[in-house]
Design a protein. Sequence first.
Length: 255
Amino acid sequence: MKNATRVASALIALGLPLLQSGYVQADCSGNCAGWESVGNYNGTNPNLPKTIPEGQKFQAAINNYSSSWVTDFAWKDNNAWERDFKSSSLGGIDNQYGDDVDLVLFSGHGSSSGFYFGVNQDDLLVHYNDAALGNKDLEWLIVDACQVLKNDSNKFNRWGWPVFKGLHYVFGYSSNTFDVDSRGEDFIKYAMDYGWRVRDAWINATIVSENGTTAAYMRADNGSTNTYNDHLWGFGSVSDDPDNPTTLYYLSWGT
């Protein structure tokens, strides 16, 4: 459950009525997305002025291109919490937020260890050992942050085997990346309006947004799945969840 201040601000942002109790839990049974963006890091990292506009444009694009998708949560700055992505088995609440929807965008700072928040709830960093995603709902995670998918010999042991528990894709960057507010919106445009596969939507969204960086994705399969051809729900085929994946794939490209 969330505190009343955090809940009220999010409901207003989503255009939903306030609940008398002041508490709410994300619990979407349809085609659902969520986003978390940190612009103000409270001195723990440099501020990023374009991350929150990116989340807002991501949500607006979903509203524009689909009547069957809803944005289930939208947390920013001090209301964006590490525990939203931490496994419930470790005391987190990913089963209420990060793993309770189909598609999530995070925009902020990152490193090969994970991605960073501006307040300690429960920590400033979602470490790869904290996350076990897809065992409830999440198919596609966009981490628009530096180096989370860094291309080195240990990449599958970071945001790979520990994290993919039914998750289809993690989209992100191998290199540093620029603070750009268009990538989430562009991803939705290509995936929904153009009907592209999610992998192609992310590839193009990164290429058109900047030059001189290295973007990436990681995806999982087992013997009965084919996530390579995934589309967003309602816009083409979607693989069964790769529970207990046997193979991880990685691709990086220059922008």
